[in-house]
Ligand binder design. Structure first.
Ligand code: SAH
Ligand code: SF4
Length: 441
């Protein structure tokens, strides 16, 4: 029997695309290799959002091509974003032994491409500029009760630092009936939580008939019996209307968690980034959320060291961090991406400056995260356990509606079912608690 391995880097979109790649291979009769070194087909589903992501992918590619030297019949494919970024395919074609380059718009072509790999010896390349919606493709879901559901593909925002619009093409919304049907089918099969995926989910429906927008979709999905939680990622602060906040407040299944990438707190830098909001508008949106959705958590992405970022600009970012009091932040050093506008801007900052700002930002946020977690000690929260804790397999680990990790003692039968947990202890990474009066929810 032929075996495969799909290795994944990057965002949830890529995780989801890997479920489709694995599903297609399973439909072709392949089975997942226990050890990827034994696989007949190895696909690396890559990310190119930062240079560091690319380096990790290429280090793995080198290793995989090393396996192939011992087993020359192995087919090695590089999928996803890296081969689509400006200059990416040209660089990859130099790697001897790489058989296949497949862009995010060509997932469905995989069976035909594998066939061609067996006949032709040059690398087989399928890198369409536009993504195609992936209706009807086979898929292998990785989680027993949580599912990713794509609602948009591509991105039209053209943030000046970002390579995503270059690699994934224009924004396209999926047909609402297809989404509703998919969620209904998932619930029938025992799924309890869905995470709606898109680069800018708030723009859902902009390219569809009037009346169909993100709020409409949330309200519609909220009515599906048996579904417990609805999450979504990523939302764009510019397109997060007060009406959407109201919708989320009134939809019981939609979780009280808002991930709102700030990127920078400086109006000057936000303008150069083409983000379309000001510091004041961002802070006001967070105030509306805190007022309308009690107990909500707000998390963010922040980048330091954008070209020309001064110490004062960076202070503005810290000001927003302290004002909003994020639950958590993903923090990055700006990384110039080939083909983007920001990469061609003057005043690129040295790595030391970026690193010093990153460390300061992380320290400020760490204190805030700890304080906010500490404030939860003594409260009772709803947790759906995912499974045994990674650090201590005798304990269970799950997430709150606000997306916090909670570790507690419980039985394996509780996995996938909501329980009430009394929080007793708080750390930066997770909360610890004990079951509160058995099974709740
Ligand atoms: N569509 C999503 C995800 C984009 S990529 C969004 O708009 O939020 C995820 C995060 O990576 C971004 O929020 C940003 O903070 C970071 N990022 C994107 N391009 C980057 C770059 N060139 N250098 C450093 N970080 C980057
Ligand atoms: Fe990139 Fe901006 Fe689109 Fe996010 S919204 S994927 S940061 S261009």
């Amino acid at each position: 029997m032929l075996k495969y391995a799909v290795l994944t880097w990057g965002c949830q979109m890529n995780e989801r695309d890997s479920e489709i790649l694995a599903g297609i291979l399973e439909a072709l009769g392949y089975r997942e290799a226990e050890d990827p070194r034994d696989a007949d087909v190895v696909l690396l589903n890559s990310c190119c959002v930062r240079a560091s992501a690319e380096r990790k992918v290429l280090a793995k590619l080198r290793e995989v091509l090393g396996w192939k030297r011992r087993r020359p019949e192995m087919i090695v494919g590089l999928c996803g974003c890296l081969p689509r970024r400006p200059g990416g395919a040209e660089e990859l074609k130099k790697w001897r032994g790489l058989d296949l380059l497949v862009g995010p718009g060509n997932l469905g072509d995989l069976p035909a491409l594998l066939e061609r790999c067996r006949r032709e010896d040059v690398p087989v390349v399928a890198l369409d500029p536009e993504e195609r919606l992936t209706e009807g493709l086979p898929q292998l879901r990785r989680h027993p009760w949580k599912a990713w559901v794509t609602i948009t593909r591509g991105c039209d925002n053209w943030c000046s630092y970002c390579v995503v619009p270059h690699v994934r093409g224009r924004h396209q919304s999926r047909d609402p009936q297809a989404i509703i049907q998919e969620v209904q089918d998932l619930v029938k099969r025992g799924y309890r939580e869905v995470c709606l995926l898109g680069q800018n989910v708030n723009a859902y429906g902009r390219d569809l008939e009037p009346g169909v927008d993100f709020s409409w979709l949330l309200r519609r999905l909220d009515r599906i019996d048996g579904l417990l939680r609805i999450r979504y990622t990523t939302s764009h602060p510019r397109d997060f209307s007060p009406e959407m906040v109201e919708t989320i407040a009134s939809c019981h299944k939609v979780c009280e968690h808002f991930h709102l990438p700030l990127q920078s707190g400086s109006d000057r830098i936000l303008r150069l980034m083409n983000r379309g909001y000001t510091q004041e508008q961002y802070i006001r949106l967070c105030e509306i959320i805190r007022r309308e959705v009690p107990g909500a958590s707000i998390t963010t992405d922040i980048m330091v060291g954008f070209p020309g970022e001064t110490e004062d600009d960076f202070r503005e970012t810290l000001y927003v961090v302290r004002t909003v009091q994020f639950e958590a932040a993903f923090t990055f050093m700006y990384s110039p991406r080939p083909g983007t506008r920001a990469a061609a801007m003057q005043h690129q900052l040295p790595r030391e400056v970026k690193l010093a700002r990153l460390q300061e930002l992380i320290a400020v946020q760490k204190e805030i995260t700890e304080r906010r977690n500490q404030a939860l000690v003594g409260s009772v929260v709803e947790v759906i356990p995912d499974g045994p804790s990674r650090k201590d397999p005798h304990l269970l680990q799950g997430r709150t509606r606000t997306d916090k990790v909670v570790v507690f003692a419980g039985k394996l039968e509780m996995v996938g079912h909501p329980v009430s947990v009394l929080i007793r202890q708080a750390g930066t990474w997770a909360l610890r608690g004990t079951l509160w009066e058995g099974v709740g929810g």
